[in-house]
Design a binder for this molecule. Sequence first.
Ligand code: URA
Length: 238
Amino acid sequence: MRLDKLLTDLSVAGSRSQCRDLLKSGRVTVNGAPVKDGAFSVPAGARVALNGQALDTRLTRHVMLHKPAGVLTAAEDRKQKTVMDLLPPVYASLGCMPVGRLDKDTTGILLLTTDGELAHRLIAPARHVDKVYRARVDGTLDQEDAAAFAAGIPLKDFTALPARLEVVAPDTALVTVQEGKYHQVKRMFAARGKQVTALHRLRFGPLTLDEALLPGQYRELNEEETAALYAAAGMTNE
Ligand code: URA
């Protein structure tokens, strides 16, 4: 990759002219030698540094975010705060995107990745990737609700795939679904005459929300988690 593109993608330089100035200053080195030419082709595995500090040049990133309420799951929005605003700008400039969506008021685990194919596969219903939510409702849940979820709830435009509902308190259940259609869990409960008052996603496929993450905090996935995620998508990350 060209050095100027790499520096821009890594959000080290905002604009082309900033990038040119930075390079001219000689503060950027590749494998220890200052490089002033933006067209320089950076060899794979090269150590690129700014002011002597090595840059993290990984172009592929996978992130787990504890989505707080009140933030949109979108790449950008002119008016409202999005999940991308919770991450340093380097993630957006590397093309990191949310894997599926959580509603503005839904909290919990949201994955973001630069790998579009991975994201696409993880949300395809055919892959049967489980998503587990804790839902609180404004009524009392019972075994009839669980049976209806297991049978597949007919909605206006489609019938939801069979889902697991485990009642953990009179007004609270753990729900496991394999689809992620718009407002799906809320609509499934509404079809049972119950409104969801709080929705929190605990698990996405093989990954459980890291309890150390407070709402609004994120971390990158470790190697084991990344491999498990690719396996859930039927891919390898070799
Ligand atoms: N189902 C919903 O209704 N909302 C979400 O945010 C996620 C699943």
